[in-house]
Design a binder for this molecule. Structure first.
Ligand SMILES: CCNc1ncnc2c1ncn2[C@@H]1O[C@H](/C=C/CNC(=O)c2cc(-c3ccc(F)cc3)cc(O)c2O)[C@@H](O)[C@H]1O
Ligand SMILES: [Mg+2]
Length: 214
């Protein structure tokens, strides 16, 4: 039977990227998705904005919702200081298996904990299972109708502290209207829109950076 797109993406990484070189993994995926098969990675243009937000914040504890093939996991983890930890949640077993191999090829497995499971099941267990009190940075890139409920769940679980940064992908395309309305109108957030383009296309998209005010 025909391979899946994530399987073909992993093959491209293993063929064209250098083991232990995260930038070569990122470049291999971007080239494949721009010239061969589009895939829903945050991509190079929005990825540069993600890089600048992470570099400026220098977070110790990071949560990613929706690993997919691990492209943004690699982008974030490559910038983290020694001792920093990234927990990424992915509930599709096939995607999780691909992502583990992409993350390993980049040589970043020591900084990344990929948890195979649903965000709503694991967000409430961050304290007792991972010893995480609060996160410094959260990247939201999973099902778009889950950004808002999961943000409220993180608030209720006390996982956000004064200054925690939420960065949400796809706030224009496919769009997350309920989430945007919430973070832009809530007195608990200061929100900024970074205009960009949908990965590998000319369509408008953007990232929303929301700082939790406590
Ligand atoms: C149930 C909620 N909890 C979850 N917990 C853990 N993992 C989850 C969860 N939801 C979804 N996931 C995983 O996250 C990933 C889902 C991502 C959804 N993303 C999109 O739909 C998306 C879609 C587009 C897009 C844009 C324009 C188009 F024409 C077509 C597609 C672009 C993007 O950048 C996207 O991120 C998958 O790997 C899925 O298995
Ligand atoms: Mg996305």
């Amino acid at each position: 039977t025909r391979s899946t797109r994530p399987q073909r993406l992993l093959k491209v990484v293993q063929k064209h990227a250098t083991r232990g070189d995260p930038q070569s993994v990122i470049s291999a995926i971007d080239h494949f998705c721009r010239h061969s098969e589009w895939a829903m990675n945050v991509g190079d243009e929005k990825g540069s904005i993600l890089d600048s937000v992470v570099s400026e914040l220098n977070p110790e504890k990071v949560l990613e919702l929706g690993t997919y093939c691990g492209y943004s996991t690699v982008r974030i983890a490559r910038l983290l200081p020694p001792g920093a930890r990234l927990i990424t949640l992915e509930f599709n077993a096939d995607y999780a298996a691909i992502a583990r191999q992409v993350i390993a090829w980049a040589g970043l497995e020591d900084k990344v904990q990929l948890v195979e499971g649903a965000s709503e099941d694991w967000i409430p267990r961050m304290k007792e299972h991972f010893g995480i009190e609060t996160f410094d940075f959260v990247f939201l890139d999973h099902w778009k109708d889950r950004y808002l409920p999961d943000t409220k769940l993180m608030e209720d679980c006390g996982l956000l502290r004064k200054g925690t940064v939420l960065l949400a992908d796809n706030v224009i395309c496919p769009g997350v209207p309920d989430y945007l309305e919430y973070v832009r109108n809530s007195l608990s957030y200061k929100s900024y829109y970074f205009k960009s383009h949908l990965e590998y296309t000319k369509a408008e998209d953007g990232l929303e950076k929301s700082v939790f005010l406590g």
